[in-house]
Each structure stands twice: as C-alpha cells, then as structure tokens.
Design a protein around this ligand. Sequence first.
Ligand code: SAM
Length: 367
Amino acid sequence: MLIAPFATNPPLMAEAVRSSYQALQWGKNLFAIAHKTLSARLLGTLFPTEERTQPLTPELQAWIKERYEALLNQDWQDADAGFYPASLLFDAPWQEFFQFYPTLWLDLPQMWQRARSRRFQEFAASIPLEAYPPYYRQNFHYQTDGYLSETSANLYDVQVEILFGGTADAMRRRVIAPIAQHLQCQPQLQPVRILDVACGTGRTLKQLRYGFPKAALFGIDLSPTYLRKANRLLAEQVGDLPQLIQGSAEALPYVDNYFSAITCVFLFHELPAPVRQQVINECARVLQPGGILVICDSIQALDSPEQRPMMENFANLFHEPYYRNYIEDDLNQRLEKAGLLLQQVQHHFMSKYWVALKPESVPLPRR
Ligand SMILES: C[S@@+](CC[C@H](N)C(=O)[O-])C[C@H]1O[C@@H](n2cnc3c(N)ncnc32)[C@H](O)[C@@H]1O
C-alpha cells in the first residue's frame, strides 16, 4: 500500500471528516441545482426558444446520483489513505465564488444571446487572435471572449463548479492516486517532475501540489489570462511555485524524456481529433521512460450509450464544437499509436481517466 506522508485519522475523526465533507458537497450541489433551475427559467422567459435539452430518464438520474456518491466516497477514501491531506476536501474556489458570482449573472444575457444566434467567434478587438490556432479562436461554452480575457478567467471556476455541482476538484483529484502509486515503485523517476498540460486557472496544479509536496510542478496553457489567474492562485500557497508557461499542448516546449508524470484535465473534448493525437504524441515525447500520463476528460458515448442524452444536452447547451467527435473517439488507440501502454481506464462521476505508461525502451510512434 501507499506510504502515506499524511497521518491517517482515527476512525471517529475519519467519520466526522467524511460526514462534514458530504454535507459540504450536498450544499454545493443544492446551490448548483438552484442556480441552474433559476437561470433556465429566466432564459425561458426572456428568450423563449425551442427546448434544446432532452429530459433525463429516472434510470439516468439514479445513475448520476450513484456516480456522484461514489465520487465523494472515493475522494474521501483517497484522503484517508494519505494520498492528500483531508483539508483539501474542504478547499474550493470560495473567494472566486463570492467575488464573481454576481458577474456571472451579469454576463449571462450576453452568453444567451450568443447561444441563441449561434455566434461563437466573438472577441474583444484588443485580443490578438492571430497568436492562437484557429480551432481555439472560439467562444467555448459561449463564454465572453472564449479563454482569452481576465473576466473569462475569473468566471471559469465558478462556471465549472456550477456545471459539475461542486465536484470539479474531486474529479481533478482522481489523477493523484495512480501517479502516487506508480512513483512509489519507480525510483528512477526521481527527482519527481510533474507537468499539467492545459493547466487553465491552476486548480489541478493546486491539488497536485498537496499530493506531491516535494515534486517540481510545471503547467502549460495557451491562455495568458488563465495563466495569470493560476499564478495568483498558486502564489497563495507556501512553497516552490510551479513553473507556468504559455504554449501549446501540441508543441510542448520541453526536452525529450523530462517528466516523471503528466496530467491533462478537461482538454481533450475541446480539441479537434488530429490535435488530440498530436498532444498525446507530445506527452509521450516529453515523458521519461517509465513515466506516467493521466488524462481526465468527459465520459464517452462509446462506453455508455445509455448516458448519451446527458452528453447531447451538454453539446446542445454549450458551444463545444469537438465534443460530439470526442465522445466517440478511441483514445486507447491514440495512446497506443503514440507508443504508450494503457494501464487502466477509470470512471468517476462525469469523467473518464486514461492511465498510460511510457515503456522503458520506446518504439518510434506511428504518426
Ligand atoms: C476546459 S479548460 C480546462 C482547464 C483545466 N485543466 C481545468 O481542469 O479546469 C481547457 C483549457 O485548455 C486550454 N487549451 C485549449 N487548447 C489548448 C492547447 N492546444 N494548448 C494548451 N492549452 C490549451 C484552454 O486555454 C483552457 O485553459
């Protein structure tokens, strides 16, 4: 088992932590449901259009509830096993929430109008769009300025918290245990260097920092405003700052065989299929032999067609131009094509995880 750097709680204490965590999560979930209900009603009143979502069957609703409870349980268990401190369970972007929640409401009418008229390439004139790949120059989620403004960076975590009913960090934390377990039996991967690809506002790096306090952490993202936000978040913690760099995941600016581990959370569904392959190839290149890659992204229709209505609703409500292709895309094959060995696939709530290793001697990838 894991050599836990954090003390394990005695049973009563552990139960108290579990119950408090559950209560907090239920509170967040209720808030998210209230927000979604209210905003859907307002949208229906202000911009009456045809219904764009399908109702979820009772079976699907029961499945969601079951997966939600299982995620919370796993999160608590991993903290209890010492993969990260229990205090992390109670961490959330609270400040963002209280500071920017009103801005979210103020921005909603613009997003709705954009969604209604299917405008998804609207950016402030001051944003130098030519610096970014064409597939990226879009208002993902119909967000104002896509990923390219301070306001978007400020609203992102609030929006994601609401979308996932307060479970976004719990899903991000699922990347920690497979890496910890792998590093434990691979001394050649010391000193540990972990790269988070498409680090966004830095929330995965924050979780990784608690899970691997001695590791050197790195983050890369295309958005300068999201990186600035990440920098501010990570500077709140004591210790060495992760090295953040602006760059593209399909041309990683690092030397070959450098990282012990790589994570990539919620990126792949926002990439065109060929770019997904390029990103995996690049991760394979910069991973050390024996290193580990953990990808976390949305569940896929190819595993669970019965959950398709939920995925369709997501694609219909948010501007996610590559999502429908993603949910049918076989990433196992892409990993294999890049010369990586798939170790396991996990599912936690709305996310799927691919855990892959770079073999000690690497055959050249088939490109
Ligand atoms: C849905 S967000 C996920 C952010 C973060 N990983 C998280 O867990 O919240 C997608 C992120 O990917 C970044 N991104 C999209 N395409 C990229 C690319 N080709 N290279 C680097 N970053 C990219 C965006 O700027 C954005 O920050």
